[in-house]
Design a protein around this ligand. Structure first.
Ligand SMILES: C[S@@+](CC[C@H](N)C(=O)[O-])C[C@H]1O[C@@H](n2cnc3c(N)ncnc32)[C@H](O)[C@@H]1O
Length: 260
């Protein structure tokens, strides 16, 4: 597998963190994902569409733990190749399919699914982009199917400053919403909110990384930051922004149902 060279100065934050060795590239880590899985109550044979599947970790966990069939869509060809290799290594080729694709064109995926899972992807879109992707999600759900969402949330009073600072340090158009705004965006495409929860931003919390992703991941990240100064500057700048706005930033998870 050949990896495209990354320019650490300009690359989007999730690519920098992945290059540092981080596995979960989402605001509430595996803990928030676990909350979504609990609400979902997956049954063997259920079908799941995962948007922005990255390296396939969630897709693999879903297939192994619940016996579901997963299709993962990911735009970055390097991530697709790595996810496909991870799926093959887990012996899950018959259960998990990772395809290269664009979540702005979900109509190109022919099937409808029992669940659509999207983590840390809508935050990076404009209001129009969010609405387009959410409409596509509604179309890809079977009647009665569930949308499982995990995104960055913000306190509305400081949203403009945080948007500016996040976009400058993460180098993507990071546009978090308040929990109420996220739920309204789901409702606008005809989904009914069943459950939601909020929690702190844990993306770059060393204790949480060690707990959720293991000490070897934390050590690997530390080593990569020590030996690659530009990568270190980018990770520390992101962490600094998250800490500075810690009271106003966090994750939100939502489980919403399409009408049956
Ligand atoms: C912040 S990461 C989140 C990855 C993963 N969902 C997780 O929670 O660990 C964002 C991911 O979205 C992918 N991505 C960005 N734009 C996309 C698009 N238009 N279509 C599909 N994937 C996209 C990126 O390549 C990256 O893997």
């Amino acid at each position: 597998m050949t990896q495209t060279q990354i320019n650490f100065k300009t690359a989007p934050g999730h690519q920098v963190l992945a290059a540092a060795g981080k596995k979960a590239l989402r605001p509430g880590g595996f803990t928030a994902t676990e909350q979504l899985f609990t609400w979902a109550n997956f049954q063997p044979g259920d079908t799941v569409l995962e948007l922005a599947a990255s390296f396939g970790y969630s897709a693999i966990a879903l297939a192994q733990r619940y016996g579901v069939q997963v299709v993962g869509v990911e735009k970055n060809p390097d991530s697709v190749a790595r996810a496909q290799a991870n799926v093959a290594a887990a012996g899950l080729d018959g259960q998990v399919k990772i395809i290269e694709g664009d979540i702005f064109h979900l109509e190109q995926i022919p099937d409808q699914f029992d669940y659509v899972l999207a983590e840390a992807i809508l935050t990076m879109q404009s209001a129009t982009g969010k609405a387009k992707i959410l409409a596509g999600i509604g179309d890809r759900l079977k009647p009665g199917g569930h949308f499982l969402s995990h995104e960055l949330r913000v306190n509305r009073s400081n949203a403009d400053t945080i948007h500016r600072e996040l976009s400058s340090t993460i180098r993507v158009n990071a546009n978090p919403l308040s929990p109420q705004e996220w739920m309204a965006a789901c409702q606008a495409v005809g989904l009914t909110i069943e459950s939601h929860d909020v929690g702190p931003m844990t993306l770059l919390n060393p204790q949480i990384i060690a707990k959720e992703e293991g000490l070897p991941t934390l050590i690997k990240m530390g080593w990569n930051m020590l030996t690659r100064p530009v990568l270190r500057q980018r990770v520390l700048a992101m962490r600094d922004t998250f800490l500075r706005h810690g009271d106003d930033l966090g994750y939100v998870v939502i489980c919403a149902q399409k009408e049956g």
